[in-house]
Design a binder for this molecule. Structure first.
Ligand code: SAM
Length: 282
């Protein structure tokens, strides 16, 4: 429908098809990219970038934080990395300010409800203050020079939404682009503000629980698991565009699980990721 806006947010809540319950694949991506995050923070520390570690507060942002266990997992990873560094270099731990950004329809309420227990778990280890920043990362979100570290995982390939102008089926425009590593590098160079410290590709099995050597590999349950992961990510976009009823969505993802199973019986599915670490030139 002309002028219709795509509803772009992950499935809310804690149900079986919620992003919170079906995002272990994205958690695996965060874990695989962690060494690059460690190197980036180490580099800041050693080169005194952004006046770190002297600065009394470490300001970080996570772009496209979504809601669920991965949201605070990233914050907690960053705190632990800084903690180890401070311990090794015998310097005082800074306080932390974490800005969690996502689109305004994201389930920020669920995040905010989990913050008290996150603070409790941190106890005496660190002082951390968390704020939500609703808005698109394609627009200005922060005042200048306010952040030491900007992190984003499984989010930057989502394109800005635009308007859909054609008939429903033809016009369904999945706002997703998977670039080549060289394209990313070229765009960073052309933009000019950042030096590329690290850029790497790594792959994760579509079913992150599938061990490559597993002789008891079950294609059917893998197909179902991957379909659930994809449902948590794309259901709202499909429903808002096609105005599907619940029963049709269930059917659609059953069919999808079936096709995935057929595919997995023939070959394994790999999910390629680019991890990039940049330093601001200014
Ligand atoms: C697949 S989730 C990744 C969530 C989390 N970072 C993780 O690794 O589990 C992608 C997130 O990016 C958000 N997103 C997409 N486009 C965005 C934009 N332009 N501005 C802010 N967030 C955006 C989506 O709403 C969604 O929550």
């Amino acid at each position: 429908m002309a002028g219709e806006k795509l509803l772009m947010h992950m499935n809310a809540g804690n149900g079986e098809c919620s992003y919170a319950s079906s995002s272990t694949l994205q958690r695996k991506v965060i874990q695989e990219a962690k060494p690059v995050l460690e190197d980036a923070i180490n580099n800041m520390f050693n080169n005194n970038i952004g006046d770190f570690p002297k600065s009394s507060c470490f300001n970080m942002a996570d772009l496209g934080c979504s809601s669920g266990p991965n949201t605070l997992f990233t914050v907690s990873n960053i705190i632990k990395i800084v903690q180890v560094l401070c311990h090794e270099k015998s310097c005082k731990m800074p306080e932390f300010q974490a800005y969690l950004n996502d689109l305004p329809d994201n389930d920020f309420n669920a995040i905010f409800k989990s913050i008290p227990s996150f603070y409790r778990d941190l106890k005496d280890e660190a002082n951390c203050f968390i704020s939500g920043v609703p808005g698109s990362f394609y627009e200005r979100l922060f005042h200048s020079k306010s952040l030491h570290l900007v992190h984003s995982s499984s989010s930057l390939h989502w394109l800005s939404q635009g308007l859909i102008e054609q008939a429903k089926l033809d016009s369904f425009n999945y706002p997703f682009y998977a670039p080549y590593k060289d394209e990313v590098e070229k765009i960073v160079q052309m933009e000019g503000s950042f030096d590329v410290d690290t850029i790497k590709i790594f792959k994760v099995n579509w079913n992150e629980m599938d061990n490559d050597d597993d002789i008891c590999f079950d294609a059917y349950s893998s197909g179902k698991h991957i379909a659930r992961t994809m449902r948590a990510v794309s259901e709202q976009m499909l429903v808002s565009h096609f105005q599907f009823e619940d029963s049709i969505v269930d059917y659609l993802f059953e069919r999808y699980a079936y096709h995935l199973t057929c595919h997995l019986l023939v070959q394994k599915g790999d999910f390629f990721n680019i991890v990039i670490s940049l330093t601001n030139k200014k």
